[in-house]
Design a protein around this ligand. Sequence first.
Ligand code: KG4
Ligand code: ZN
Length: 331
Amino acid sequence: MIVLGLETSCDETGVALYHVEHGLLGHVLHSQISLHSEYGGVVPELASRDHIRRVLPLIKTLLGQTQISLKAISAIAYTQGPGLAGALLTGASIGASLAYALGIPALAVHHLEGHLLSPLLSRPAPTFPFVALLVSGGHTQLMLVEGVGRYQLLGETVDDAAGEAFDKTAKLLGLGYPGGQRLEEIARTGQPGKFRLPRPMLHSGDLNFSFSGLKTAVALLIEQHKEDSESYADIALAFEEAVTDVLVTKSAASLTMTGLQRLVVAGGVGANARLRQKLLQRIQADGTTVFFPELVFCTDNGAMIALAGALRLQYAQSLPKCNGSFSVKAR
Ligand code: KG4
Ligand code: ZN
């Protein structure tokens, strides 16, 4: 069984083919960074139009690269949401109409389920159950993953997502879009310890996060040093240290709480090298294994959607529906 996956929720058009037994057969990605960068962020209308332009040619390229014919495809999985409405509609309408024309099922996949399962694309892949730290532009969650479709929310942000805080701080520092990656780059040249920013909810006793206060604190710090652009790298580093300290501490607490020794990191912020390094130092050191997706599968991509679709197809009868209420109640 081969599943074609389509991801069009935001600013990346991703298509991939996943074989239930042989794994990922191929994937192609088009990033819209150059399209949006002059505006300092994603322009939804431009994003939708670009997805429309790209999806079919990317599918053709993928089929050519993998030497797979449309007839060999058993199902089409597309990102159902969350995401930008127009952008999602593109993938959904192309996915559903292509599936209809081929007489095969169209599978609506929750974007976060794609991220959550993305570490299964790497080798060695984690086995269930594991704890997942899901850190994207819109979400920051700790999830107990018992199997495909069996997710239990352990904690989440009560306000902004970690990725959102990265993006807004990057904007205040004049780094533009995409923020997280650019902030990480300048933080590398920052002087450690020059500034210290708060670590919100570090000792809250639960597994929730909060990043809006940190955002305000960093905004104040930037305002105080606005004439001194040389300190921007130090501020970026102080911000990155604060966010990653909280993410690592809460991840460690979630492992203690669940008694599990496998942590999976997923979502765009999971590409951050400082976060990866701290998780390996502080958590892997305790006997826990930390699994990261390859960098290209941290941010949005078609492979994670094809994979999630294939797993849903495989276990279709026994799976609870993964819909808008993906964030199930905290324990
Ligand atoms: O998972 P993703 O591609 O899209 C969503 O589903 O939101 O995540 C995008 C987020 C953005 O906020 C971006 O700034 C952040 O991931 N991000 C990073 C890095 N690369 C992407 N944040 C910190 N460090 C990075 N290297
Ligand atoms: Zn995403």
